[in-house]
Ligand binder design. Structure first.
Ligand code: SF4
Ligand code: SF4
Length: 55
């Protein structure tokens, strides 16, 4: 199941820079993951300062 970014996101952009498949983009008030692209590598969760990406 694809990772999902919750409302704790502070839009720092760190996850988008790490995603190997460019599945993360800036959304309305927080970053968002395209579930069709996510390969569930966990890199976003590893760099997020607030633990917002989860699966
Ligand atoms: Fe990208 Fe990996 Fe996060 Fe999925 S789990 S959004 S592929 S960094
Ligand atoms: Fe949001 Fe975390 Fe991604 Fe930063 S690293 S944009 S806080 S989900």
């Amino acid at each position: 199941m694809a990772y999902v970014i919750n409302d704790e996101c502070i839009s720092c952009g760190a996850c988008a820079a790490e995603c190997p498949v460019s599945a993360i983009s800036e959304g309305d008030g927080k970053y968002e993951i395209n579930a069709d692209l996510c390969v569930e590598c966990g890199a976003c969760a590893g760099v997020c300062p607030v633990g917002a990406p989860n699966n």
